[in-house]
Design a protein around this ligand. Structure first.
Ligand code: SAM
Ligand code: SF4
Ligand code: SF4
Length: 337
């Protein structure tokens, strides 16, 4: 099937697969512990798509133009035998560009197996190098050293590492420079993410977003750098390279400079729902479809009809002040960022 485009002319290139809704952290901006406490009911294992089902879907998405797959969650490393899925995707589906986003604490145990399974790249989330601030942000008293150990393990295993930092005003904006210095020294790309209004539970306030401009000004107070051209259409981060060392950083400006115009990302939730936007209120059940005995051709037609009908541009509308329909948005931990 030839490359399909949605109603706004955007191709389908990037697929994000959430493999679990569970997490060993309770980040304030994603799964605040007051709302994801001990009584929170997670999906039972039978509700998750199996690896065979995910591989079948990945095959279909590749036929529709997908070139990149990112594995996410919840915390994807909590899903049992994750390296098995990675090796199926690299060997059976033939996806070259596969990456994973993780909070990193299980990497010392799993990095080698993930690399052997064919994973090349990994994004590790870390919001602060300060023990108290990091504990406050991850809601689980986990120390930054555990994440650094994960990063070290990933690098030792031969994985290419980038680091994600969500910046919240009054919380960890004071960490922008220390994080920049630390990862610049290690020649690891650090990507700042503006705090987003995903889901319904994270008490998002515009006043807690650290705008990209403030991040750039903070870094410019210490280092000089220049913008780098995007390496492909639809690249999520705006990139910059330091003048005096071969290292980059990036900013994901979903609030202050949204990039819906080039958004080529499809998402599958842990439960197997197809979402065409991170801010959607509902997805379309692929689990039901594939468990109903649909043929490969019918599955392709079904997926392509969804993409052809897509017209999402939530962040651009929010930026322009277009009133959003008041519907419940899906949680980040369910769909995976
Ligand atoms: N648990 C893994 C992790 O934290 O890397 C993967 C899933 S997490 C939902 C994916 C990414 O989304 C992480 O980098 C996380 O920091 C980011 N994220 C979660 N909630 C966010 C929010 N409200 N605004 C911006 N980024 C967010
Ligand atoms: Fe877990 Fe990642 Fe969400 Fe933090 S951002 S609670 S690590 S899923
Ligand atoms: Fe894509 Fe939706 Fe984000 Fe816009 S708001 S960039 S359409 S996921």
């Amino acid at each position: 099937m030839s490359q399909i485009t949605d109603k706004l002319g955007r191709p389908l290139r990037d697929l994000r697969i959430s493999v679990t809704d569970r997490c060993n952290f309770r980040c304030t901006y994603c799964m605040p512990r007051e709302l994801f406490g001990p009584d929170h009911v997670f999906l039972p294992r039978s509700a998750l798509l199996s690896y065979e089902e995910l591989v079948r879907l990945a095959h279909a998405f590749v036929k529709l133009g997908v070139k990149k797959i990112r594995i996410t969650g919840g915390e994807p490393l909590l899903r049992r035998d994750l390296p098995v899925l990675i090796s199926k995707l690299t060997q059976e589906v033939g996806i070259e560009d596969i990456s994973l986003t993780t909070n990193g604490v299980l990497l010392p145990r799993l990095a080698g197996q993930l690399k052997d399974a064919g994973l090349k790249r990994i994004n590790v989330s870390l919001d602060s190098l300060d023990t108290d601030r990091f504990a406050a942000m991850n809601g689980q008293s986990s120390s930054p050293q555990k994440v650094i150990d994960g990063i070290d393990a990933a690098q030792s295993a031969g994985l290419s590492v980038k680091v994600n930092m969500v910046a919240k005003l009054g919380m960890n904006d004071c960490d922008i420079l220390p994080m920049t210095e630390y990862f610049r020294e290690r020649k690891i790309t650090l990507r700042f993410i503006e705090f987003m209004d995903v889901g319904e539970t994270n008490q998002w306030k515009l006043g807690e977003v650290v705008p990209a401009k403030q991040i750039l000004d903070t870094i410019a107070s210490r280092f000089s750098f220049k913008p780098v051209d995007p390496s492909y259409r639809g690249e999520v981060a705006t990139r910059y390279r330091f003048d005096d060392t071969d290292c980059e950083f990036g900013i994901i400006t979903s609030i202050t400079n949204p990039f819906c115009g080039d958004c080529n990302r499809a998402r599958i939730s842990a439960e197997g729902d197809f979402y065409t936007c991170l801010f959607a209120s509902s997805g379309i059940s692929l689990k039901e479809k594939i468990r109903s005995g649909v043929s490969d051709d019918e599955l392709l037609q079904f997926l392509s009809r969804i993409w052809l009908g897509r017209h999402d541009r939530y962040s651009e509308d929010r930026h322009k002040g277009v009133p959003a329909e008041r519907k419940k948005k899906v949680e980040m931990s369910y769909i995976g960022g």
